[in-house]
Design a protein around this ligand. Structure first.
Ligand code: ADP
Ligand code: MG
Length: 646
């Protein structure tokens, strides 16, 4: 190695962290380091081929595009060489000395969850399985190697030189000039294997790892001069030739998922564009609203040549859960990635993919309800954003699933069509309530009159649902309405099916009624600006009180959502509705008639308001609420012992 000009550098902090974990705590499934090195080699070859297709001339254009692995038992080294794009000295430093910050953070976070076994889905999965996903794949070589040398020479550019990067995977690496004679273009990674990793010097072992993890690499891979991978482009094969295992293996190879896919959709189309598609639905959730925001798209091929990884023009966002490959005859190989945007061919493919996927889901609903419901639980959150797709809205709406007030438990699901079948004579509205969970929906005071009338209410548990319901507008001429904002008389045309739980009380006399009106005014006084109005409710049966939006207002969950968006933490000013027939209110009336300034009455009014606020999901002043309810308890205990002469 050339000693002259050798420079030693520190790894960045995040790399040191990742390396430390890789070298010290991962001992199982270390074989995946091979997959990572081969996939880097394959990426480099892809990039070279792509630029050659666009007419650029590499330094040497007669070199075969391939990956060669060489095992040296005596020296205990494993070498993997590719004839791909290569790297300059600066690129070696950048690519192998740093990690995009988000990548290392995500990797460390997922690793922590996987190791604690917190996440049921990753529990059985070995931590080393997630390495490839976050741009830290190269470093996995240090699981098996005590020293690594990467010699590279770029295929393009003015910089003719070859350079060598060397490290023991601890704190530092060096960069030095290397001998160009040895290398035309591309990269050679040489790993000195640790004593406990010499299994990777065995040809049969290395070959079996490659067959397992890298069978679909689109360039020939040789081990000590014999080719290992012979898999054709699976998506171009006729369906009946392909086994379930082959589909699974392919899926795992492109996604790094340890689980089999939930579902496969494989088809080809000829009009309006020719293409083959092989699409998978993962059997696990993805966090499109957080860390994996941009981690979607399909691999786009033109005549078996990879044009772009994770192309997002091919799918609408609501199908982001799909993984896989599209290969078309109708794009030129030399198309630039920039011009892929707004491309007509891709737009047409997108439309066909949507239609095919929707038909496939519709078929699943009929043929395999269980699988469909699993799909819904895993991917419904993103799929329901399809309410935005006007052209396909009717079909998408029919595929939506909901929990509801008539379902046995939180896992049960209904379609809107099934809801319509169960609905009351004359009902033309899908009623819904958005609540944080089933228990909260069940206890929502707005549910009471729907219970009484035997009207089913869809229970939605995510803030986005409100936008979905708003956006849907109508379905089969039925409208969507929040039970919270329903008008007083909205359910008048439906007969009562159930009586309130507490006994019916005698109506108030005229005189009592006017005292009650005065009580309402007094309550408004006590609460001041916290409420817009205090009035008698016509929607309650068992609850003493409820907060409602002033007429024409929005539902509480929508309001909360907007407040979060606006970072507004003030409390909404609403109308407090009280149940005139509830025993609590009747007793408060007696207290009021005895002494309109009663201090306990004032405390009760405030507590009633606080508990309604709490049910609405707001609680700004827990200290005050707790202090007040303790005071009431203290008084109640005193009275109780007094009355019962204990
Ligand atoms: P990722 O492949 O997800 O980007 P890696 O840690 O595997 O993350 O690799 C880091 C980077 O190093 C790659 O993005 C690439 O730029 C560069 N690299 C690694 N191996 C090679 C190779 N054989 N040829 C060219 N570049 C490579
Ligand atoms: Mg990689």
């Amino acid at each position: 190695m050339a000693e002259a000009g050798k420079k030693t550098r520190q790894f960045r902090a995040e790399v040191r962290k990742v390396l430390h974990i890789l070298t010290n705590s991962l001992y199982t499934n270390r074989e995946i380091f091979l997959r990572e090195l081969i996939s880097n080699a394959s990426d480099a070859l892809d990039k070279l081929r792509y630029r050659m297709n666009r007419g650029e001339k590499p330094r040497y254009d007669d070199v075969p595009l391939e990956i060669r692995i060489h095992l040296d038992k005596e020296a205990k080294t494993l070498t993997i060489a590719d004839t791909g794009l290569g790297m300059t000295a600066d690129e070696l430093v950048d690519n192998l000395g740093t990690i995009a910050k988000s990548g290392s953070e995500q990797f460390l976070a997922e690793l922590a969850t996987a190791q604690e076994g917190k996440n049921a889905d990753t529990k059985s999965e070995d931590a080393s399985n997630i390495i490839g996903r976050f741009g830290v794949g190269f470093y996995s070589v240090f699981m098996v190697a005590s020293k690594v040398e990467v010699t590279s020479r770029p295929a393009f550019g003015d910089d003719e030189t070859a350079n060598v990067w060397t490290s023991d995977g601890l704190g530092t690496f060096t960069i030095a000039a290397a001998d160009c004679e040895k290398q035309q273009q591309g990269t050679i990674v040489k790993a000195w294997l640790k004593d406990d990793a010499t299994e990777f010097l065995e040809k049969f072992r290395v070959e079996s790892v490659i067959r397992k993890h890298s069978a679909f690499v689109p360039f020939p891979v040789y081990v000590d001069d014999s080719q290992v991978n012979t898999q054709p482009a699976l998506w171009r094969e006729p369906k009946f030739n392909i086994t379930k295992d082959q589909y699974s293996a392919f899926y795992k190879a492109i996604t790094y998922d340890a689980k089999d896919p939930l579902d496969v959709l494989h088809f080809s189309a000829d009009a309006p564009v020719q293409f083959n598609a092989l699409l998978f639905t993962p059997d696990g959730e993805q966090d499109f609203f957080g860390a994996e925001r941009d981690a979607w798209g399909l691999d786009l091929y033109a005549r078996r040549v990879l044009i772009q990884h994770r192309n997002q023009e091919l799918l609408p966002e609501y199908l982001a859960f799909l993984k896989g490959v599209v290969d078309t005859e109708d794009l030129p190989l030399n198309i630039s990635r920039e011009t892929l945007q707004e491309n007509v061919v891709l737009r047409k493919i997108n439309q066909v993919l949507v239609k095919q996927t929707l038909s496939h889901l519709e078929k699943l609903v009929k043929d395999d309800t269980e699988k469909y419901e699993r799909f819904w639980k895993l991917h419904g959150r993103i799929f329901k954003l399809g309410y935005n797709d006007f052209a396909n809205r009717e079909r998408i709406t029919a595929l939506l699933r909901f929990n509801s007030s008539t379902m046995a438990d939180a896992d049960a699901l209904t379609s809107l069509d099934a809801y319509m079948e169960r609905a009351q004579e004359g009902q033309k509205t899908f009623w819904y309530i958005v609540a944080p969970n089933r228990e909260a929906a069940r206890l929502n005071p707005h549910m009471e009159r729907f219970h009484r009338k035997g009207i089913e209410v869809l229970w939605l548990y995510e803030p986005v649902d409100e936008f979905v319901m708003d956006g849907l507008g109508t379905y089969k001429e039925w409208t969507f309405k929040s039970a919270e904002t329903a008008a007083d008389n909205a359910l008048d045309s439906f007969a009562d099916k159930e009586q309130p739980a507490h006994e019916a009380v005698a109506p108030l006399s005229e005189e009592e009624q006017s005292s009650f009106d005065a009580l309402l005014a007094r309550m408004k006084d006590i609460l001041g600006d916290k409420v817009k109005e205090v009035r008698v409710s016509h929607r309650l049966a068992d609850s003493p009180a409820v907060l409602v939006a002033p007429d024409g207002g929005m539902s509480s969950s929508m309001e909360k959502f907007l407040k979060v968006m606006r970072k507004d933490d003030t409390l909404p000013v609403k109308v407090l509705e009280v149940n005139r027939d509830h025993p609590l209110l009747r007793n408060m009336l007696r207290m009021f008639r005895a002494d309109s300034e009663d201090r306990t009455l004032a405390d009760m009014t405030r507590s009633l308001f606080d508990s309604s606020l709490l049910l609405d999901g707001y609680l700004k002043d827990p200290q005050e609420l707790a202090a007040r309810s303790r005071k009431l308890l203290e008084e109640a205990a005193a009275w109780y012992t007094e009355v019962r002469k204990l």
